[in-house]
Design a binder for this molecule. Structure first.
Ligand code: SAH
Length: 353
């Protein structure tokens, strides 16, 4: 694979343009073209510069291969990378704006038992530009602008992959996407979800990027957590909570816990009470969601009544919590499901999603 131009910060693009002996205003044109989702051959720069760039950089690092639209308007995308790998993403439409869910790795090696992204293990990390490339491609397809009328107003790093297992590239992406000279998205409109790599969480706190830090908790004790999340053998809930505290101290941002309700596993009232005890007094919010059952896995979702009771119990104990509705479930909304079914269908006919 050639290099990816969208990996570069605005300052690096300026240096590249200067090195090529071009006038400084070319850097602005180059940056805006890239952020509008243009291919290399479409960039509004001199043909000499374009030819020079084409020697070193990919023509189209992230291409939208397929789009699936659900009844509720949620769109699911299958992206093809320059080396032929496939990743997926989702655009969810809310009253206040559109949230895009992006991937940070091809596959994942964290091994969570309920998650489809990890079924084939980790293939490779995405570069910063391949993460940003998902956003600019979707924004372009939806006819969005750059500084105004953006079609993608919020971003969540909750697609395939563990962001902190690809730390350097993810932080580079975050710096570039929030750069006022670049895409200029506010960090407050970005959520990063981690399965709880506490060492990287501590390191991230020191970067001082004030986004919405989200931790996939899904259990109230380390032993129970280890049943569905192997990462629990490496980092305890205590270490995770301490890292959250550090993040709050450094950024002033409250943090969020994801808790997927799994029948017979973590969804009883004793779990709700234990969760309330664990989080009491913390500046945090709990996002409950009913497990989105993956066909390759035997785990079952808690039913709606149990989920409502769980929510009620948390609220009555003074914990800030919401039960998220599942979106786009008719098109395979959960992590890794679309890619998995697409890869399978390549062997036998049409995708199921
Ligand atoms: N690796 C990161 C981000 C990706 S997953 C992390 O673990 O946080 C985004 C969220 O969806 C995580 O909370 C993950 O645990 C959850 N998730 C994965 N598969 C799911 C499923 N089948 N049903 C419900 N939630 C799921």
């Amino acid at each position: 694979m050639k290099d990816i131009l969208l990996d570069k910060s605005y300052a690096e693009l300026c240096a590249l343009v200067a090195e090529a002996g071009e006038k400084p205003f070319r850097a602005r044109q180059l940056s805006e073209g890239l952020l509008h989702g243009k291919k290399l051959s479409e960039l509004p720069v001199s043909s000499a510069l374009r030819a020079r760039l084409a020697e070193q950089f990919e023509e189209e690092p992230v291409r939208i291969e397929r789009v699936f639209t659900a009844r509720d308007g949620t769109q699911k995308f299958l992206f093809a990378l320059a080396d032929g790998n496939l990743i997926e993403g989702v655009l969810m439409k809310y009253k206040y704006g559109n949230t895009q869910c992006v991937s940070t790795q091809v596959g994942c090696r964290m091994g969570c038992k309920f998650c489809a992204s990890t079924l084939g293990g980790l293939v490779r990390n995405l570069t910063a530009g391949e993460i940003l490339g998902q956003i600019v491609a979707v924004n372009r397809l939806a006819g969005g602008g750059l500084k105004e009328k953006r079609a993608v107003t919020n971003v969540v790093l909750m697609g395939s992959g563990e962001p902190f297992d690809n730390y350097e590239n993810v932080v580079r992406f975050l710096r570039n996407v929030t750069d006022g000279e670049g895409f200029g998205m506010s960090a407050r409109n970005i959520s990063l979800s981690t399965c709880g790599l506490a060492d990287k969480m501590r390191r991230f706190a020191e970067e001082g990027i004030p986004l919405n830090l989200t931790v996939s908790l899904h259990a109230v004790t380390d032993a129970e957590r280890a049943r569905t999340m192997p990462v629990a053998n490496a980092f305890s809930i205590r270490e995770i909570l301490d890292a959250c505290t550090l993040y709050f101290e450094r950024t002033g941002r409250r943090y969020i816990f994801e808790y997927s309700l799994i029948a017979g596993e973590n969804a009883d009232m004793v779990h709700a009470d234990a969760l309330a005890d664990l989080l009491r007094g913390r500046p945090c919010h709990v996002n409950l969601i009913r497990l989105n059952a993956v066909k390759e896995r035997s785990l079952r979702a808690a039913d709606e009544r149990m989920a409502q009771a769980f929510l009620k119990r948390l609220l009555s104990r003074g914990i800030s919590a919401t039960l998220r509705r599942s979106m786009g479930s008719d098109i395979g909304g959960a992590c890794g499901q679309l890619r998995a079914s697409y890869l399978e269908s390549k062997k036998s006919g049409e995708p199921k999603a």
